[in-house]
Design a protein around this ligand. Structure first.
Ligand code: GCB
Length: 593
């Protein structure tokens, strides 16, 4: 799936801005066909943004079910001989789209784009009405999963219901990423897949172009950073060799431009360009190799989360995060716990940040931990339908992100109940499907169980584990960390003989709280805890990375173990550094890349 981009043959119209918005309080909008005429009693709402924190109305913030968005747009007459698409970057979690009252699209999944061709539906002689209904309800056929809980007890009024979910971030909802209208010509380039390899000093750029309509003649032009042509080739499939190539890596994120031209009857019909980095990733002898050299991952698990906007895409906060990553000498992050905006990955390519790209499969464990005996990976919960959908999500994720040099590994899930028998077959199949869709990148699953319990570790390329010694267990006892962590990691390695990556460790820390000797929630405790963890990592040569949890404080659902959200950020939610940030900056400056 190609990102909408302008070119000699394509136009893009960004529909972001202030839309009309209405909460479907009784969830009757579909039945009453609200899409058939302009919405009544609306309020203004920004797109993209989560809607939850924008108004002062608690019933909007906490609404469960559909909300409706609407705006008008015009289609220029110059678009008459073009194909026209509408594309929504993401909306959480289930969306239906109408144009002039006609349904054009339905999509399940809150973190990936969806689009439809609307050439035959749009009007050129007047306003077009765009209506989008978005539901935030989760169930066992969505990722992440969740469930509606009905209370049939005397202490709750009749009909009282909540949406339960078992992941640790707030279920922000709404249209979260930009909405575009764009054009392509009658016959057009519908997809491009670029893979790269390294042969000595040379780079190999292999590609496959898909064309919809008349095939014509496909021309490929590879250009250097200064847009100078360095290679040219014809055909829908092939390989270009770049002599003495510049390889993409964090210290030199060199991007080439890969331009595709489609000619029909000797006339340029379509043109699309993307950025590509020549690089190779592989796992060899306990090491993660980038361009043949071992990489040590330094960085964070993150969230798309900021005040007021929630999960809404905002280039200001996104850029701030990249400058902070560079400032602290990080070289990587994980898109915990869902795919991030495509614009984020473009910037990761440009900034030279390695990305572990994670599926929205999170919250598939607490359920069984909280209610022993009840299984997640069973037919009534994460069964065959969830599995099929999970594979579909991996397909959509790979379709979207396959060409990013920054994406170096897929993570199929965060902390599923890997100890359950049912998890084995489930993840064996998800991982096998992922590998077959993209054989060029390693695949992992982020585990929180013990080495001997995990039934899924044998299928992954890298053992990724999350650990909270001295926090959730042996709370306050910093001295226990090194003993427990070392034993634990050695056990993983002894059993699986695979590189180990500590993908989460950290402590809730309220910026401004200080005490010495350190106690929990102070800035000193966070720093000391992370130092002790790092002592162990430094002793074990098969450890390939450390991602502190979390990059910044973020909002969670309310509950007694969260004080205005999860405070394990190395930066506050406003992106101010806590004490530990200065320690990490120094450590990562000298730590081998
Ligand atoms: C975890 C989860 C993450 C939580 C974190 C915590 O293991 O992967 O989503 O936020 O722990 O702080 O509890």
């Amino acid at each position: 799936m190609l990102y909408p981009k302008e070119s000699e043959t394509r136009e893009v119209k960004n529909l972001s801005g202030v839309w009309r918005f209405k909460v479907d309080r009784e969830n009757t909008g579909l039945e009453e066909a609200w899409y058939s005429k302009p919405l009544e009693d609306t309020i203004p709402m920004p797109v993209p943004s989560s809607y939850n924190d924008v108004t002062q109305d608690i019933s909007i913030r906490d609404h469960i079910g559909y909300v409706w968005y609407e705006r008008e747009f015009f289609v220029p007459s110059s678009w008459k001989d073009k194909r026209i698409f509408i594309r929504i970057g993401s909306a959480s979690h289930f969306s239906i789209v109408w144009i002039n009252g006609e349904k054009v699209l339905e999509h399940k999944g809150g973190f990936l784009p969806f689009e439809a061709e609307i050439t035959q539906i749009v009007k050129f002689d007047g306003e077009n009405r765009l209506t989008v209904a978005v539901s935030n309800i989760l169930d066992w056929t969505t990722l992440p999963p969740g469930e509606m809980r009905a209370f049939n007890d005397p202490m709750h009024p009749p009909g009282y219901k909540t949406l339960e979910y078992y992941f640790d971030f707030y279920n922000y909802s709404g249209i979260h990423r930009p909405v575009y209208l764009y054009t392509v010509p009658e016959n057009y380039i519908s997809d491009i897949r670029v893979t790269t390899d390294i042969k000595g000093f040379d780079g190999e750029v292999s590609y496959r172009v898909e064309v919809k309509g008349k095939k014509g003649n496909v021309e490929i032009i590879l250009m250097d950073k200064n847009k100078r042509e360095i290679s040219k080739r014809y055909g829908e499939e092939g390989t270009l060799t770049v002599r003495n190539a510049q390889f993409w890596e964090p210290d030199n994120p060199y991007l080439y431009t890969f331009k595709v031209n489609l000619y029909n009857d000797n006339k340029l019909e379509d043109s699309y360009s993307l950025q590509t980095g020549i690089r190779k990733v592989e796992i060899k002898d306990d090491k993660f190799l980038l361009n043949g050299k071992p990489v040590y991952f330094k960085g964070f698990g993150k969230h798309e989360d900021s005040n007021i906007r929630g999960k809404g895409f905002d280039p200001v906060i996104v850029l701030k995060d990249f400058y902070l990553l560079k400032w602290i000498n990080a070289n990587s992050f994980r898109t915990s716990h869902y795919p991030y905006a495509e614009e984020v990955l473009d910037l990761a390519d440009e900034f030279g940040i390695l990305v572990i790209d994670e599926a929205p499969a999170v919250g598939m464990n607490m359920f069984s931990l909280m209610s022993p005996g009840r299984k997640v990976f069973s037919e009534e919960r994460a069964g065959e339908r969830t599995l099929e959908y999970h594979i579909q999500v991996m397909k959509e994720l790979i379709a979207r992100d396959k060409n990013h040099p920054s994406v170096v590994m897929w993570s199929v899930a965060n902390e599923p109940a890997s100890q359950e028998d049912g998890a084995e077959d489930y993840f064996r199949r998800v991982i096998a499907a992922t590998r077959s869709m993209d054989p060029t990148r390693p695949v992992t699953l982020v585990d929180c169980m013990r080495a001997e319990e995990s039934k899924t570790a044998k299928y992954v390329d890298v053992i990724c584990i999350n650990r909270y010694y001295s926090w959730y267990t042996d709370s306050g006892n910093l001295d226990i960390i090194e003993y427990q962590l070392e034993k634990d990691i050695l056990d993983w390695y002894a059993r699986y003989k695979k590189p180990v990556f500590l993908t989460e460790y950290g402590a809730d820390t309220i910026a401004g709280l200080h005490q010495d000797p350190p106690v929990m929630f102070t800035e000193e405790y966070q720093e000391e805890m992370i130092k002790r963890f790092n002592n162990v990592l430094d002793r074990l040569s098969f450890v390939i990375g450390e991602h502190v949890w979390c990059f910044a404080d973020f909002v969670t659902k309310q509950g007694i173990i969260r004080v205005m959200g999860n405070r394990k950020g190395v930066f506050t939610r406003e992106r101010y550094p806590k004490k530990v940030a200065f320690y990490l900056k120094e450590r990562w400056e000298s730590k081998k890349a």
